[in-house]
Design a protein around this ligand. Structure first.
Ligand SMILES: Nc1ncnc2c1ncn2[C@@H]1O[C@H](COP(=O)(O)OP(=O)(O)OP(=O)(O)O)[C@@H](O)[C@H]1O
Length: 577
């Protein structure tokens, strides 16, 4: 998965990657050359007292160092640009993919993990890419080149390199084998902590109202402690690893000096070669350590890549038709034909065999007990989910055959839980029509009975709105969402219990103002209060996902016991109505 993700997203940076690798090659060759030059100065310059030679080789050493530094600076900059660019591209792709998801896919993943995947998981892949280009790419050149250069200085001490490398590799392998499962667990715990945080921030009022702060704190503390414990265990392993690497390096240097000194004494090796040998051994061990360190990141980044790719590979279940029908004019007639719907993973359907038509210029109300499927039914029209049986037609065309943009631009949905975006009243209202004039906004606000409170804001239309619309009351939020739908001037209005937070008088005024405004549109209203829909041309009564009655208020009172019962419970059976 990691390779696939990198291959797909590194393609635009191929040129930079090749340049970085070439520069790393140059920098590694330069750093491998330096100890040999140093040995040369000691053996041929200092030992023989040849000052001119020392100056000449010293000059070459300076030039080589300069090449090394410049190459490395450019390489690191290239690596940073590549990895940051990769991170940005992957985040963008993830965002686009998530935006195309229907409620089925959103429910399948859940918001907390989608956020972690777009932030922390991408960060893991990004960091691995950077470290690989900076450290991993140079490691084989320095490691293998170091062995070759060291052997050129003295073959007799090769066994020391072999022993040191074997000990270092074994020790690192043991440590890393323990780290990998911890990294996996760490990613999962991050998801968990994100989930708890989101739940608690979202539900903070409920937490306070039920004085559940202590319990919620305990729940957060537990998840937080688990994450900390994993971090500490990783830290413990690191605490062992670094001294171990230093020990191997120091012991092997002592070994080189010990055995090298004997070879110098016997005349088999020169002093300069011995110093070069120590440098090469350090370079070899360092490169192994760096490579292993980066290698420890691979499992964690692989887990992250899997999590990213699984989102990218999830197509939306609400797909656009290959050859969508593009009618010139949609008048907004909605026909439901034997519609069934089952939520993914659910055993039973929540909607069974629903059939009715909603005509332009009329209001169709949907009533029914809690959980009878009203919201679900409404969401099927703009394809927030697709029917699992039957058909929904708009102007005679199956909604799945229409281009989603055409469909969405004609449907104005006011959801049960009204949501506003951070910005201002005006930016929220212009969601439906970015070109709407201020006058059009005020008109929509007037119809939605929101003019009074918006004009009371000192900034009026420019009054700031917090994310989710939390700085306005529930009823104000509902009215702003209604106004937003009105600004878009759709041909089909879907109001999902949108008047529930309004007092009876405002509800009545709003409905009266809506009538002329929605004269030519198809209006579908889900309502709990019968008084809200008493004038509707057609009322559809749902009970446990089935239609148990269709008619006007008076007809249903006479023919539909379920409706009669709801109306009676609201004292709207006779004179009161
Ligand atoms: N995302 C979901 N996954 C699984 N089941 C769901 C999901 N959303 C709703 N349901 C179930 O579908 C049924 C119908 O829910 P729906 O929200 O459509 O009812 P409703 O009539 O709008 O209720 P209310 O009047 O309380 O808003 C319920 O039994 C509910 O538990």
């Amino acid at each position: 998965m990691l390779i696939r993700l990198l291959r797909r997203h590194l393609r635009p940076y191929t040129g930079t990657v090749v340049l970085v690798l070439l520069l790393q090659l140059v920098a590694s060759i330069a750093s491998l050359w330096l100890p040999t030059l140093n040995a040369d100065i000691i053996d041929n310059g200092i030992a023989k007292g040849d000052t001119a030679y020392i100056w000449r080789i010293g000059g070459i050493m300076l030039a080589v160092s300069a090449v090394q530094v410049v190459s490395q600076v450019i390489a690191v900059r290239g690596a940073a640009r590549t990895s940051m660019g990769l991170g940005r591209d992957v985040r963008e792709r993830l965002f686009d993919t998530v935006l195309s998801f229907s409620s089925r896919e959103l429910g399948q993943f859940g918001a907390p993990t989608l956020i972690t995947r777009n932030t922390n998981d991408v960060q893991q892949v990004q960091t691995l890419t950077f470290m690989s280009l900076v450290m991993l790419a140079a490691a084989p050149i320095t490691g293998i080149g170091g062995v070759w250069m060291a052997m050129r200085q003295d073959v007799g001490l090769s066994w020391l390199i072999a022993v040191a490398v074997a000990v270092l590799l074994t020790g690192m392998a043991v440590v890393i084998a323990r780290m990998v499962p911890l990294f996996r667990a760490q990613q999962k715990k991050l998801d968990a902590i994100n989930r708890v945080m989101r739940e608690q921030i979202g539900g903070v009022r409920v937490v306070r109202a039920f004085t559940r702060e202590t319990e919620e704190k305990a729940r957060f503390r537990q998840t937080n402690t688990e994450l900390t414990d994993i971090g500490l265990r990783v830290g413990d392993l690191m605490a062992v690893m670094f001294p171990f690497v230093m020990l191997v390096m120091n012991v092997s240097s002592v070994g080189v000096i010990w055995f090298g000194a004997q070879r110098v004494e016997s005349g088999a090796m020169e002093v300069g070669a011995l110093t070069a040998y120590i440098s090469y051994l350090m370079q070899i061990l360092m490169s192994i350590m760096m490579a292993t360190m980066v290698a420890t990141m691979i499992p964690r980044a692989s887990v992250s890549a899997e999590r990213i790719v699984s989102v990218l590979d999830t197509g939306t279940s609400v797909t656009a038709a290959a050859h969508p029908q593009r009618p010139d004019r949609l008048v907004g007639e909605v026909d439901l034909r034997s519609v069934d719907f089952t939520y993914p993973g659910a055993e039973e359907a929540v909607l069974h065999d629903i059939s009715f038509s909603a005509r332009p210029g009329t209001t169709t109300a949907i009533v029914g007990g809690t959980g009878s499927g009203k919201t679900t039914l409404l969401r099927l029209v703009p394809r927030l989910a697709d029917v699992t049986g039957g058909q929904i037609l708009v102007d005679g065309i199956d909604v799945r055959e229409l281009s989603p943009q055409d469909l969405w631009s004609r449907v104005g949905l006011v959801p049960q839980r009204p949501y506003l975006f951070s910005g201002t009243v005006a930016t929220n209202l212009r969601f439906g029509d970015p070109d709407a004039s201020d006058e059009q906004l005020w008109e929509a606000l007037r119809v939605a009975q929101a003019e009074d409170f918006v004009s009371a804001f000192p900034e009026g239309l420019d009054h700031p709105v917090a994310q989710g619309g939390t700085n306005v009351s529930g009823g104000q939020r509902q009215r702003l969402c209604i106004a937003r739908a009105l600004v878009a001037r759709p041909t089909i209005y879907l109001f999902d219990d949108s008047f529930s937070a309004l007092d009876l008088a405002t509800d009545a005024r709003l409905r009266a103002a809506l009538r002329p405004r929605t004269q030519e549109a198809t209006v579908v209203v889900v309502a709990q209060r019968i008084s809200t829909i008493i004038d509707a041309e057609q009322i559809v009564v749902l009970d446990a996902g089935r239609v148990v009655g269709v008619g006007t208020h008076d007809e249903l009172l006479a023919t539909c016991p379920t409706y009669e019962e709801i109306a009676r419970s609201q004292e709207l059976t006779g004179a009161a109505a």
